[in-house]
Design a protein around this ligand. Structure first.
Ligand SMILES: [Zn+2]
Length: 171
């Protein structure tokens, strides 16, 4: 292997197929507003801990969501998919959501009160400060809890049935 070949191989290795979505199960919501608990990156979107971001459902891939956030440095919304900051459906979905749920209530609030302070984050209807991984973990735990509850219910039913049989035999 000569020098130039190894260089080419190395370049290929550092640019693998980038996963541009995250797996979110247990929901079919078109858009999910979130707050990051830790720094993470999906595709083009680099999210810092505490930053608000939006998960936008993929039309083609089941349970897959794109990560859209506001890139303060570039002053534009940015998507984890290949379109990045170019105007496309994922960004317009987020913009429409923000206009309807965050900007509009904030304006209404401002009109009512004399205060100029608008706490946009508090107006978001759903504050689910979870990363995708944490989310997955919670879903997993919830499934386990449901299973345990079902087993408990079943035990109760059997017990009640047993009790009923006893009472019937006494009568
Ligand atoms: Zn996109």
């Amino acid at each position: 292997m000569n020098h130039s070949t190894s260089k080419r191989t190395a370049r290929k290795a550092v640019a693998p197929q980038v996963e541009s979505t995250v797996l979110i199960e247990g929901t079919t919501a078109k858009i999910i507003p979130c707050t990051a608990k830790a720094d993470f990156q999906v595709g083009n979107s680099q999210i810092k801990a505490g930053e608000k971001f939006y998960l936008v459902r993929s039309e083609r891939r089941e349970n897959r969501y794109y990560v859209v956030h506001y890139n303060g440095t570039r002053n534009a919304y940015q998507c984890s998919c290949g379109c990045n900051m170019c105007e496309h459906e994922h960004l317009s979905t987020v913009r429409a959501y923000v206009m309807a749920n965050v900007v509009a209530p904030a304006k209404a609030e401002q009109a009512k009160s004399s205060s100029q302070t608008i706490v946009v984050t508090e107006l978001a209807p759903m504050t689910t400060p979870l990363t995708a991984a944490q989310w997955k973990e919670i879903m997993k735990r919830d499934k386990a809890r449901q299973k345990a509850e079902k087993a408990k219910d079943m035990a109760k039913i059997l017990e009640a049935r047993e009790q009923g049989r006893k009472e019937a035999s006494i009568a």
